[in-house]
Design a protein around this ligand. Sequence first.
Ligand SMILES: CC(C)(COP(=O)(O)OP(=O)(O)OC[C@H]1O[C@@H](n2cnc3c(N)ncnc32)[C@H](O)[C@@H]1OP(=O)(O)O)[C@@H](O)C(=O)NCCC(=O)NCCS
Length: 152
Amino acid sequence: MPTRIRRADLADLDPLVPLLVAYNAFERIPWDPVAGRPALAQLLATDDEGFILVADRGGELAGYALVAWCFDLEFAGRDAWLTDLFVASSRRRDGVGRALVEAAAATALAGGASALHLLVDPANGPANALYARTDFVPGHRLPMTRVLRTIG
Ligand SMILES: CC(C)(COP(=O)(O)OP(=O)(O)OC[C@H]1O[C@@H](n2cnc3c(N)ncnc32)[C@H](O)[C@@H]1OP(=O)(O)O)[C@@H](O)C(=O)NCCC(=O)NCCS
């Protein structure tokens, strides 16, 4: 069964939720599917904030990539963050992750972004190997976060 990478829409919301739950559990990110649903629906309904690509295998979702738009004078305007990348464990090592990353980069470029950023745990061997093979290079600055409002 061939796997097709396509843009997700609102019809994908419910099938996407278990993949988002699995991704966030893997990354040890607290994500509540109930509190998170409106933002997920917003992302699927419009192009304004970014987009989600899914790996569709005969109607079953084998994985997804989530890209959020950003704006940075360093990149003369729009850049983007690959905030999520996940392939179902039974579908790994079959090129799905690489296909999602390449499609995410191409779609971000077509949407006007000049750079695609991501965060990766240095201990995540498979993800680091994938990103090294898809032209991501580490920056010299450490990402930092200040939480401004509690979610949920
Ligand atoms: C990382 C992840 C997305 C890779 O997806 P995948 O579909 O298995 O990746 P691919 O089959 O497209 O592999 C592409 C390349 O990545 C590298 N790679 C992927 N998995 C690897 C592994 N377990 N060990 C070593 N290299 C690996 C290889 O270089 C591979 O190319 P090759 O098969 O020609 O050697 C997947 O393992 C995953 O969802 N992990 C859990 C979530 C996660 O880590 N997300 C990224 C967070 S930053």
